[in-house]
Design a protein around this ligand. Structure first.
Ligand code: XMP
Length: 513
């Protein structure tokens, strides 16, 4: 039987990290809503179930619960944070609300070193805690396996039924031996097979898409970015010519990009592409809009209208393919949870008008960027496509701060081309994850030749990151920064000053808008 782990999501920030750790251990998994009934899970024969953390407290009436049949199904269960508290409550244990929530690093003392959960884990190690409630009485059959100074039950287990709970977060890197603990649960305790790799993800996805789409037709919004290209290539493997890709040139792309992208999609990725020139339409719609959220909304709206028209032109289209990734999902909303704060409304997530009657196919919804790149390679896409930097759907509209005009787009494009060329050609290790120019609304005084200038300030942003969810500013060599600055000021009319952004995310975001 092929390995399958079900992750029931109570709305934690870290749910996808749990999925990622599972995949790193070579087992296929899916994140499912916390209230998925056992009757829906059972036919899929999960060999282990993980309950995630979540923002709620089990002590509050109406807190998210799970189908208790899951805890009696004989399948090994690991509850993390809220997941552990849920197990404790549902099986008759007791919890209290702490006077002060425990948040951040703590030292874990393993009290049951013989427990398979803590095999190869030292008796003292650093873990990451984040909780407001604590288990004070264990359910029958459970014993305490570990503690911290402030949490008497930092891990618990019922050996006979193979049900475990950890109050800390083994999935985050701040938990020193988190991977070992997680591997102990999946491999020693649950003995799930490690039989998953990208090749099998491709096969599984193709089979699922075929099963779902039947002989239906699909349409895909292609931006030329890694995500939509990989998603379209995968779906094209399943549906062939029944997938039509639409590339909308919204006029907010980087220098020379529109032409390159269309050629690349047709010639290299072998996709069936319709190119729509909508440059004028977007510029008009954006005219006079300075607020970044408004820009995203307007762009999203125009996009959707163009798709509607394209979809209508193809008879019998039933599906819309989107290259939505997990970080897009989590930053737009916390899945399966009412909690979670909107940070930026990435226009390519959701937003599809009901009346279009198109069903979404989002084959990358569970993946992180680097996993999408690996998938692209597994699909045989060249490095030129697979290594493209992330680029926001609303394009340069969110990098021209303030009013978006043709002239300001021209300035930004020229400055950005220099930033990219210089960084592309520099032998940097690690190579920044994303780098670009931002046109600020600031003008400042300068002197060029004998004359005073009063011109635009361009900011340069270069970051290192793994997934875009957190980022650090890249420590670029001063000589490189100097070359970038000198070239921009000399070669781009309208710019007389260049600044380098030295803020990480958080507290800043990657894009300025
Ligand atoms: P932020 O600015 O939210 O960016 O820290 C995180 C990553 O997402 C990209 N980004 C977007 N991508 N539509 C997209 O498709 C958007 O509206 C959008 N805004 C930001 C950003 O470039 C970075 O890689």
């Amino acid at each position: 039987m092929a390995g399958f782990v079900a992750i029931l999501d109570f709305g934690a920030q870290y749910s996808q990290l749990i999925a990622r750790r599972t995949r790193e251990l070579g087992t296929y998994c899916e994140i499912l809503p916390y209230d998925t009934p056992w009757s829906a899970l059972a036919p899929r024969t999960p060999q282990a179930i993980v309950l995630t953390g979540g923002p709620e407290s089990t002590l509050v009436p109406g807190a998210p619960g799970l189908d208790r049949a899951i805890l009696r199904a004989g399948v090994p269960v690991l509850g993390i944070c809220y997941g552990m508290q849920r197990i404790a409550r549902d099986l008759g244990g007791e919890l209290i609300k702490l006077d002060h929530a425990e948040y951040g690093p703590a030292t874990l003392s393993v009290e049951a070193p013989a427990s398979p959960l803590f095999a190869n884990v030292p008796t003292q190690s650093r873990v990451w805690m984040s909780h407001g409630d604590s288990v004070v009485r264990l359910p029958n059959g459970f014993s305490a396996l570990a503690s911290t100074a402030r949490c008497a039950v930092a891990a618990m287990g019922d050996v006979q039924h193979r049900i475990y709970g950890v109050q800390f977060h083994p999935e985050v890197v701040h938990t020193e031996h988190g991977r070992t603990i997680f591997a102990n649960f999946l491999q020693r305790i649950a003995q799930v097979p490690a039989d998953w790799e990208m090749g099998s993800f491709v096969e599984r996805s193709i089979a699922e898409i075929r099963a779902r789409a039947g002989d239906g037709k699909a349409i895909c919004a292609l931006s030329g970015g890694v995500d939509s290209t990989v998603a379209a290539t995968l779906v094209a493997r399943a549906l062939g010519e029944r997938l039509t890709c639409v590339f909308v040139d919204h006029g907010l792309l980087r220098k020379g990009e529109a032409e390159q992208v269309v050629e690349m999609l047709r010639e290299i990725a072998h996709l069936n592409v319709r190119a729509v020139d909508a440059r004028k339409r977007f510029l008009e719609a954006l005219s006079g809009i300075e607020d970044p959220e408004r820009k995203r909304v307007v762009i999203g709206h125009e996009f959707i209208r163009i798709f509607e028209a394209q979809a209508r032109a193809i008879e019998g289209v039933r599906f819309l393919v989107q290259g939505t990734l997990y970080p897009d999902v989590i930053e737009s909303k916390t899945p399966h949870s009412k909690a979670g704060h909107k940070i930026k409304s990435h226009h390519n997530v959701g937003g599809l008008p009901e009346e279009m009657h198109l069903e979404l196919i989002e084959p990358l919804r569970m993946l992180f960027k680097d996993e999408v790149r690996a998938l692209g390679r597994a699909l045989g896409l060249p490095e030129k496509i697979v290594r493209r930097q992330p680029f926001p759907g609303p394009g340069l509209a969110v990098r021209v701060i303030g009013d978006v005009t043709e002239e300001r787009l021209r300035i930004l494009r020229d400055a950005d081309a220099i930033v990219r060329e210089e960084i592309d050609n520099a032998p940097l290790d690690p190579h920044p994850w994303q780098y670009f120019a931002v046109l600020t609304p600031v003008r400042s005084v300068g002197v060029m030749g004998d004359g005073r200038t009063y011109a635009n300030l361009v900011a340069v942003r270069a970051i290192t990151s793994e997934d875009g969810m957190t980022a650090d500013w890249a420590r670029l060599p001063p000589e490189l920064l100097e070359r970038i600055s000198t070239r921009i000021v000399n070669e781009v009319p309208g710019v007389n000053r260049v600044a380098y952004d030295i803020t990480s995310k958080p507290p800043a975001t990657v894009e300025w808008e």
